[in-house]
Design a protein around this ligand. Structure first.
Ligand code: FAD
Length: 420
């Protein structure tokens, strides 16, 4: 078996960012990144692809250009973990050994959780910005629609970028308003949840846009089945007494967001908690049962908003705590739960929601964060792709300095040095 100081599972936002943060602190490390895909995606751009603001090519780069130089890219998928032996198992049965493991394979979009959806995606006016191939279809369908009913759905939490289902609605409505067809379109937002946005401070400015666009909000209304050909959708609607019934809606346009869960190989692994997500201390991001295992990004069970913005702050925390472990020290860097959701309420304006654990507001700029701003739109559209590819994935940690705990005792034995 090959053995590395650090094995990183997944070369997405989290895997590349944490690898770059580790090399920035210690260029001598032997790091392997295990990632099966050829392409890396800047997923936050897909909301803008669905609104015709970005070309989808801007959101895709060859993986070879994203995995930091110096790391050994193992072009394979991980199938399981043997944490007692400090090994991961690849799909072909090969095993890779590590001193420290960082687990960040993202989450799994459960398209089959909605009956009939997979068959009709990309046809019959049914689309989703949650997939690279489909985001351009959203824009095409938005431009084609001039009357009828448009449904936007949101599944149960947690999902990645909890604001993305409604961002698709606002940008579509903005277009229809500017084309003077919005009055002929019935817009409905159907959410499995009970509130428009999880952090109460941002609900009033969002409600102003819901009213401006005349969108109807249906809470506790979960999409369960679609017949694209017949243009019908079924929802499980739950009332205040917890009684549920199935309701049917016809549509001309449907923007669906699938239910989301930890990838199967994580849910089946000894690293998962009862809910299937990868267990981690919410502050140190270290596994509570296997002391040389860390996680970050969408797979992590910590109750932060699952966003690339969260990854930007988590990566230096994990990098510092991994290095402490390799040096025989306990974790000292602390993650405050920061996540961000730039709510694109219209072309040219964004409500920049930035918050940490417990919904604590954590604005980067000294401005009222609940006000829709042009500045925040420019940040999202003009600066964010560069911040992502050229800073975050390169270990240039912009405003991401972690807080530190006083010295911690090490709960596990420091892993033995590699004998190369
Ligand atoms: P990913 O970036 O998804 O990467 C996971 C990687 O793991 C992938 O490369 C995958 O191939 C790999 N992998 C999977 N299985 C295995 C395996 N078995 N073995 C090895 N590797 C594996 N975030 C924001 O901050 N702001 C936004 O405005 C925003 N908007 C969004 C809009 C949409 C439509 C979507 C879909 C997401 C949005 N996000 C946004 C969320 C953001 O993209 C994710 O939170 C972020 O990509 C998480 O990073 P990650 O590395 O955990 O997962």
């Amino acid at each position: 078996t090959q053995r590395y100081d650090v094995v990183v599972v997944g070369g997405g936002a989290a895997g590349c960012a944490v690898t770059a943060s580790l090399f920035k602190r210690n260029p001598e490390l032997r790091i392997a990144v295990i990632e099966p895909r050829e392409q890396h995606y800047y997923q936050p751009g897909w909301t803008l692809v669905g609104a015709g603001v970005f070309d989808r090519a801007r959101t895709e780069r060859p993986m070879a250009r994203c995995i930091p130089h110096g790391a050994h890219w193992i072009h394979a998928a991980v199938a399981g973990f043997e944490p007692e032996q400090q090994r991961v198992v690849l799909e072909d049965g090969n095993r890779i050994s590590y001193r420290a493991l960082v687990v960040c394979p993202g989450l799994s979009l459960h398209w089959d959780g909605i009956e009939g959806l997979r068959e009709t995606l990309g046809k019959n006016g049914v689309t989703s910005n949650y997939q690279f191939e489909l985001a351009p279809y959203t824009w095409q369908q938005v431009q084609n629609l001039r009357e009828g009913r448009a449904l936007f759905t949101q599944p149960a939490m947690p999902i990645k970028c909890a604001g993305a289902p409604q961002k698709a609605m606002y940008l579509s409505c903005d277009w229809w308003l500017k084309q003077a067809v919005l009055a002929q379109i019935d817009v409905e937002f159907c959410s499995a949840g009970a509130v428009l946005f999880g952090v109460a401070a941002f609900v009033p400015p969002l409600m102003q846009y819901v009213e401006r666009y005349g969108a109807q909000l249906n809470f506790n209304t979960d999409l369960i089945a679609v017949d694209g050909h017949a243009r019908r959708a079924w929802f499980r609607q739950t009332d205040a007494n917890g009684e549920s019934r199935t309701i049917e809606k016809t549509f001309d346009f449907l923007h669906a967001v699938p239910p989301q869960r930890a990838p199967e190989f994580i849910r089946q692994s000894p690293l998962a908690g009862a809910d299937g997500w990868l267990e981690a201390d919410h502050e140190t991001l270290r596994h509570p049962r296997f002391g040389n295992v860390f996680s970050l990004g969408d797979v992590c069970a910590a109750p932060n908003a699952k966003t690339a913005a969260a990854v930007r702050k988590q990566a230096p925390v994990v990098a510092e705590n991994v290095l402490a472990l390799l040096a025989g020290r306990g974790p000292q860097a602390i993650y405050d739960g920061y996540g961000s959701c730039p709510l694109t309420v219209e072309r040219g304006k964004v409500v920049l929601a930035e918050f940490g654990y417990g919904g604590k507001l954590l604005p980067t700029f000294p401005l009222d964060p609940t006000v829709p701003r042009r500045l925040a739109w420019d940040l999202k559209v003009k600066m964010m792709p560069g911040i992502y590819f050229d800073l975050m994935l390169r270990g240039r940690e912009w405003l991401a300095e972690p807080r530190h705990l006083p010295h911690q005792p090490l709960a596990v034995e420091a892993p033995a040095a590699c004998d190369f």
